[in-house]
Write a new protein. Structure first.
Length: 327
């Protein structure tokens, strides 16, 4: 496979993190071009990472030496930016969430299909070895039928929000921590237990001095009949837990690389997996998908359903009642 040259659009904290995960470390890809609103503020970073900077997305789309686009821009911009990439014939990887509503997500995917353009999705937690192990054990029936899924993904990043930041705007960071963190767990719940049929969500603002919920909890009904529960807070110490309970046992992932499991009445087993760069893993998977040697492992169907769940969560908080999820 030839080295792929990518452009990254949006060079805030996460965009810089993605560049750093592969630049000079991957044989599959490198970032050659960065698009930023204020390139002058990023000159030192660009020099250190050997990036050419521009301020216009159209330049990246028109560049003949760019094989693909990575979007780390505000979430509400993703659909139109994907449409522009599709019309330019540029494969595109989009950070999560793909969109904030299903209608705009469907419109972007329809445009990509029309132009035969690859769209990949930045759910990097799918690339954790513990997730792969859980998926294999569920698929082979080790814990039986999935009955219930529960999780918590929390941190204190909401304490850094200040007026004027796009993350601090409730119109863009919908349902509090669901957009920045909770969407990861939603994706994994869909991966492990299938489509979600119904969601009852509750949001509360308890700490931050902004018009945004900092505590969001969900009760979920899956199409399979399984149930689920999830909590995300943006004003507490970091936490990552995801548990899947089945008719023969359970699996629980803690902190990304620890996996505990129990089958029947056997003793609880614990496995610690080596740390990996999930960012590098997802970017290299994108490069292989561009090359045509592999299919990107996160399906369009799963990504669109995740958008539907996020939309239903937002609606449920607003109306104070359970809402159905668009399939």
């Amino acid at each position: 496979m030839s080295m792929k040259n990518l452009a990254i659009v949006g060079l805030g904290y996460w965009g810089q993190n993605l560049v750093g995960s592969v630049q000079g470390a991957s044989e599959a890809l490198r970032f050659s071009l960065g698009v930023a609103r204020r390139p002058e503020a990023l000159q030192a970073f660009a020099a250190r990472r050997n990036l050419r900077l521009v301020s216009d997305y159209a330049e990246a789309l028109a560049a003949s030496d760019i094989d693909g686009i990575v979007l780390t821009t505000p979430d509400h911009l993703h659909p139109e930016q994907v449409i522009a990439a599709a019309r330019a014939g540029k494969p595109v990887l989009v950070e999560k969430p793909f969109a904030l509503d299903r209608a705009s997500a469907d419109r972007a995917i329809a445009e990509a299909v029309q132009h035969g353009t690859l769209v990949a999705f930045g759910h990097n937690r799918r690339f954790l070895p513990a997730v792969k192990a859980m998926s294999e054990r569920i698929a082979t029936g080790r814990i039986g039928r999935v009955l219930h899924v529960e999780g918590n993904f929390s941190s204190n990043y909401g304490l850094r929000f200040k007026p004027g930041m796009w993350r601090a705007d409730p119109a863009h960071t919908v349902a509090g921590g669901m957009t920045g963190m909770g969407i990861h767990h939603v994706d994994l719940m869909i991966h492990f237990a299938g489509k979600i049929a119904n969601v009852q969500a509750k949001g509360r603002r308890q700490v931050i001095d902004l018009p945004m919920d900092d505590n969001v909890t969900l009760n979920l009904d899956f199409a399979s009949g399984a149930t689920g529960a999830f909590t995300t807070l943006i004003t507490t110490s970091p936490m990552w837990r995801l548990r899947v309970l089945g008719s023969k046992g359970w699996l629980e992932m803690v902190g990304g690389n620890r996996l505990m499991s129990c089958e029947w009445n056997d003793p609880v087993l614990e496995t610690t997996f080596p740390a990996v760069s999930t960012e590098r893993s997802e970017l290299e998977a994108f490069a292989r998908a561009i090359d045509g040697t592999e299919t990107y492992p996160i399906s369009v169907e799963d990504a669109l359903h995740g958008v539907s769940v996020l939309e239903a969560v937002t609606a449920s908080i607003k109306v104070g009642a359970a809402c159905d999820v668009t399939p």
